[in-house]
Design a protein around this ligand. Sequence first.
Ligand code: F6R
Length: 241
Amino acid sequence: MRVIVENDYQSMSRKAALLLASQVNLKPNSVLGLATGSTPEGMYQELVKMYHRGEIDFSEVVTFNLDEYYKLPPENEESYHYYMHENFFKHVNLHPENTNIPRGMVEKVETECWYYEEKIRRAGGIDLQVLGIGSNGHIGFNEPGDRLNVTTKLVELTEETIESNSRFFDSLDKVPRKAISVGMATILKARRIILLASGKNKAEAIKKTINGYVDTRIPSSLLQTHPETTLIIDEEAASLL
Ligand code: F6R
């Protein structure tokens, strides 16, 4: 596991964008695994700037997002469909048919999960997976527990995650309690992984990710078993290392 500590959120975002751009420039038809949340917003802004400067071309890139809330319509402003469209997809030359996000509104959720895995497999697997991290160590929406999902599944969010994500919703009871999330093995099968973290509230989780035991109660600790993982974190997130 490689750890890059940047001064602040801006330089963390720039570093992540540069790594992602070098992946796409080396392999124009890269398959990217993407995350949502506050942390990667700066990275997406940097990528959009690079695209406008002609430094990156997404025309052959395929993307798979990690997760989506269950039963939240894509037009809802808190859905991850909406987030991706507003923060990234609408600003660059990705082909809409090359972007994939689990569909939270489906009736047959097991079929959707199976189909999502199959689409990743048919695309040739993920070349570069971008991750954020929950303050409880979740990655994607793989929440701490005695057992973790291997593949894409419908998952229950923990109270801590619901509480944390309530900052985006009008009230706590509006936060969905379930989500569809790509599973741990699917994440760990990515050829390269970059995990971004910023701020003091991530410091404890980062410490356990790097220095703790590999433990399903800290899902991010499983990244220790992955040969090509880079953590790009700011000084506050690194403050307990
Ligand atoms: C979102 C995701 C989550 C977030 C995590 C951190 O697609 O996979 O694991 O990365 O909840 O969220 P922020 O960045 O908002 O602190």
